[in-house]
Design a protein around this ligand. Sequence first.
Ligand code: FE2
Length: 205
Amino acid sequence: MAPAPHQVTAQPKPDKILQLDGISPESVEAHWGLYEAYVNKYNEVQQKLADADRGSANQIFSDYRGLREMLTFAIGGIKNHEIYFDNLGPGGGGPEGGLADQINASFGSTDAMITELKAAGMASRGWAWLAWDWDWQRLDVYLGDAQNTFPVWNASPVIALDVYEHSYIRDFSTARPKYIEAFVANLDWAAINARFGTIESLLGS
Ligand SMILES: [Fe+2]
């Protein structure tokens, strides 16, 4: 007997993301609702996949193709947003320890990394990331134009910058540069350092 379809549960909404400077609680609440919608759709797609007809799978159109494609879109919508919201908070700070060392090794300075991330945010149609490449043992900045355009294999995101218009239209109209400045100013570096700490703990193991 096949196992039951995999299902996920939305994370609890952290209070810290409602305390940002320049990015309003109303905007964050609406954005969180989109994250929850991705969770619901993931669960729906997984259930429908269980009964989908494998024999009629077709590259032009088939129920199976649509479900498999949208599964990755929903997963991206979940994981990208979980990193994004975890990255934000009123705590401030900066990169420390191993993260500071790796940022300096890959970019020369934190300012240079932030400049690169901002440029990627302006150049992307969806997401920009700072990520650790496990194969080449280095950080770099990547962009993806949709929820399911993951940039490279075997890399772990450290910072996720959402540049879909729903991220900023309420607070900044179409002024994406102002939103990106606010995003950078509201980075919760304690959370980011902790995220890289998990990566660092696996290095060399
Ligand atoms: Fe988003």
